[in-house]
Ligand binder design. Structure first.
Ligand SMILES: [Zn+2]
Length: 219
C-alpha cells in the first residue's frame, strides 16, 4: 500500500502523552502526530492552530494574531526538540545545530519573572514582554523547558511510544511504553493478530501436532 500523508484536525490526535502537561517542550515535540493509515495530525499546521496551541498552554494571550512566520518558527523548534529527545533516548550525541537552536531561542528574550510592586495589590512577579515578542517569549520558555527536560532526573524516563506508527515521546510511568490507551490497544491488537497468525501456521503444518503454550508477554 502506498503511504500518503494528509492533515487531519486536532480531534483526531490522541490525548496528551504522559509528561506533556508538565513539559511544554514534550508537548511541542508531540504536536505533529503520525496516525495509522499514513495520516498526520499537525496541531501547528496553520497560524490559527499554532495560536490556539500556545494559548491553551498559557504561552500566548488570546488573539495574539500569530502570522505564518511565527507558526514556522514553532515548527522549526519542534524539529530541533524532537532531534534532541531522540538523541537522548538513543544515548547518541546530539546534532550541534539542535543544541544551538535551543540556546538561541532561550537567550533571545529574557524569561525571568521580574518582581513588580503594584500600588494596590503589593508585590507580585510577572514576565513583561512586548506583544511583538510573544512568539519569541513562547519559544524561549519552551526551549528552557527542553533544556530542563533533557538534564533533569526526568530524562531517564524519556522514551518513544512503542506502538507504530506513533511518533510521540512520553515520560514513562512504570512499565507503560505507550503514549495513550489508543496506542496501547493498537499494539496489543497487533500482537494478538501476530499470535493468531502464528497459531494458524502451526495448525496447517503436518509436523506440528503439539500446541505449545507460551506465556503471553505483559501488556
Ligand atoms: Zn503513541
Amino acid at each position: 500500500m502506498e503511504e500518503f500523508v494528509s492533515f487531519v484536525t486536532e480531534e483526531a490526535a490522541p490525548p496528551s502523552a504522559p509528561g506533556e502537561d508538565e513539559h511544554p517542550a514534550l508537548a511541542l515535540a508531540n504536536s505533529a502526530v503520525a496516525l495509522p493509515g499514513g495520516h498526520m495530525a499537525d496541531l501547528l499546521g496553520t497560524p490559527a492552530q499554532a495560536e490556539q496551541w500556545l494559548t491553551r498552554r498559557d504561552l500566548a494571550p488570546a488573539d495574539a494574531g500569530l502570522a505564518e512566520v511565527c507558526a514556522t518558527q514553532l515548527r522549526s523548534l519542534r524539529e530541533q526538540v524532537r532531534s534532541l529527545l531522540a538523541s537522548r533516548i538513543a544515548g547518541q550525541p546530539a546534532l550541534p545545530a539542535a543544541v544551538t537552536a535551543i540556546n538561541d531561542a532561550m537567550t533571545r528574550v529574557p524569561t525571568a519573572s521580574l518582581l513588580l510592586w503594584d500600588e494596590k495589590a503589593g508585590p507580585c512577579r510577572a514576565t513583561p514582554h512586548p506583544t511583538t515578542a510573544i512568539v519569541e517569549h513562547a519559544l524561549a520558555v519552551i526551549a528552557a523547558d527542553a533544556a530542563d527536560l533533557l538534564t533533569a532526573a526526568d530524562a531517564a524516563r524519556l522514551t518513544a511510544c512503542a506502538s507504530p506508527p506513533c511518533n510521540r515521546f512520553l515520560l514513562k510511568r512504570g512499565r507503560r511504553q505507550w503514549c495513550s490507551t489508543r496506542c496501547g490497544d493498537r499494539a496489543r491488537a497487533a500482537r494478538a493478530y501476530a499470535r493468531r497468525t502464528a497459531t494458524t501456521d502451526d495448525a496447517t503444518s503436518p509436523t506440528q501436532q503439539v500446541t505449545v503454550h507460551r506465556p503471553a508477554p505483559d501488556a
